[in-house]
Design a protein around this ligand. Structure first.
Ligand code: CTP
Ligand code: CA
Length: 223
């Protein structure tokens, strides 16, 4: 037998990651979206691949190169993202970093909606599927299921409530009270059943590296 490779602790593991925003069409020229650069999710995909994992990265519309050794699936809407996530199962670890649009336009017009001169058109919304909560209840639930959350206040408290509501194992809560949306650094709270940690103002690749390290330690202890 081979000695466990300390440099490739996730060797043989399938890691499934969502990243970026989703984009929900209103008509052929307009859409609803979330603010997300995709950089934190892509950095986690890169770090997981470096740790030896087989990585599937389901990416919303972003302008980022595919990290080395990562299998990338590009999607646009939340429903496409959900289908791509289900198609990628089974996975040992899933990390849902995407900023999924909570709502889509109830109807997607075939033709450009024109100004009519009087009142603006009403925009009816429909709720998108919750991909993370869906995975938590899936028959092929990944053994380690990690959600992200962007919060502006009461970060740990909101994140712990989200952990329970979503049925995931960890929440990585991003403190977005400062000016971090699309920035280089993140301050995060890692919330688990056991407790919580705070990682202050770290470059996104460093958050990714530490998260992959924590995942590797947890996975290795469990098996
Ligand atoms: N998420 C998801 N599918 C959705 C919405 C969210 O998979 N339709 C995932 C995100 O990728 C993230 C986690 O759920 O990992 C938390 O997302 P967030 O938007 O913070 O949670 P919501 O339940 O949508 O709550 P909120 O009202 O605060 O937006
Ligand atoms: Ca949301």
């Amino acid at each position: 037998a081979f000695a466990p490779d300390a440099h490739r602790p996730l060797h043989g593991r399938h890691v499934l990651i969502t990243a970026g925003p989703t984009r929900e069409p209103i008509d052929p020229v307009r859409y609803i979206a979330n603010r997300s650069s995709g950089r934190q999710g892509f950095a986690i995909a890169a770090a997981a691949a470096e740790a030896g994992a087989d990585v599937t990265l389901v990416a919303g519309p972003v302008h980022l190169p595919t990290p080395a050794g990562v299998m990338r699936v590009d999607v646009e809407t939340a429903r496409e993202m959900e289908a791509a996530v289900h198609a990628a199962l089974p996975a040992d670890i899933a990390i849902m970093v995407a900023a999924v649009a909570d709502w889509r336009a109830a109807e997607n017009a075939d033709q450009k909606i024109k100004k009519k001169g009087d009142a603006p058109p009403p925009l009816k919304l429909a709720e998108n599927p919750d991909i993370l909560a869906g995975l938590a209840n899936h028959k092929a639930r990944p053994g380690l299921l990690i959600g992200f959350a962007a919060e502006t206040e009461n970060i740990a408290e909101h994140a712990r409530a989200k952990l329970a509501r979503k049925g995931c194992d960890w929440i990585v809560a991003n403190d977005v009270s400062g000016d971090v949306m699309g920035g280089d650094e993140n301050s995060v709270h890692i919330i688990t059943a056991e407790g919580s940690e705070i990682w202050e103002r770290l470059p996104k690749p460093e958050v990714a590296r530490r998260l992959v390290e924590k995942i590797s330690t947890t996975i290795t202890e469990e098996n």
